[in-house]
Ligand binder design. Structure first.
Ligand code: 6GU
Length: 246
């Protein structure tokens, strides 16, 4: 995969792209990531990239020329997904991460403080994404979130290929609780079933805990999930247990 990031603050990406899994993914050649300062594509002598809004009002607006020119200088841009980051975009999700992980080329457009000229939205971007219902000072942090979640899905990036498949959300459920040694810490014991070596019972316990956690914390996720008969039985048990606690 190739990823190009258009930003006025390329230094914001240094720590994130040069650490941990994103660093390893680039070293392994699973992804090539470049930042491009679109100020370099401004043609006027003060290198301005923004201007006052037509019709008046507060704030500044990113001009179309430098952003169009910077994108058009990227080889193969016309076959890429060109993703604008704004709070007005479609809400990013694990499903969207899985969709983007199948692409060959992603281009991210990060604004900072200010809005984009609408012609960038209408005639350059192919996608517009938001990472949630809150306002950030710019698209950079959102681009980092999206890039992190997409790159970890690329083949060969996670050491243990299974670990992306059991993630929260990819199964439609939140993850079950995990424990490691010691068996007892400050008097708090690991659930006995996990020490039993009884794989069938452990699987059932984990499924039940994942269902319980999802029901209590994110019931909205259950509305979109279809259940096996075992899961239906477990949900019934959970609901009875909760009723009995009242
Ligand atoms: Cl993509 N950009 C900005 N500026 N704020 C956001 C966002 C994006 N997603 C959530 N808040």
């Amino acid at each position: 995969m190739k990823i190009d990031i258009l930003t006025l603050f390329p230094e914001m990406f240094d720590g994130v792209l040069q650490s941990s899994i994103l660093k390893k993914a680039q070293e392994k050649g699973a992804v090539v990531i470049s930042t491009i300062n679109f100020r370099d594509y401004s043609t006027n002598k003060h290198k301005t990239v923004d201007d006052y809004p037509y019709g008046g009002g507060h704030g500044m607006v990113l001009k179309p020329e430098p952003i169009f020119s910077a994108v058009e200088a990227i080889p193969g841009y016309d076959k890429a997904r060109i993703i604008m980051l704004t709070p007005q975009g479609e809400r990013f999700s694990q499903k969207k991460a899985e969709e983007l992980s199948k692409e060959k080329h992603l281009i991210f457009l990060c604004g900072h403080y200010e809005g984009f000229d609408e012609r960038i939205r209408d005639h350059l971007a192919t996608d517009e994404l938001s990472i949630g219902d809150y306002v950030l000072t710019g698209g950079e942090l959102a681009a980092m979130v999206i890039i992190d979640s997409v790159v970890r899905l690329l083949p060969g990036v996670l050491g243990n290929e299974g670990s992306a498949k059991t993630d929260s959300f990819s199964t439609g459920l939140l993850e079950y609780p995990q424990y490691t040694r010691p068996e007892e810490f400050r008097g708090y014991r690991v659930p006995e079933v996990l020490l039993s070596g009884h794989h069938r019972k452990i699987e059932r316990w984990r499924k039940k805990e994942a269902l319980k956690r999802t029901l209590l914390r994110r019931p909205d996720l259950l509305a979109e999930t279809s259940f096996t008969q075992e899961e239906k039985d477990l949900l019934e048990e959970i609901i009875k247990e909760i009723e009995n606690q009242k």
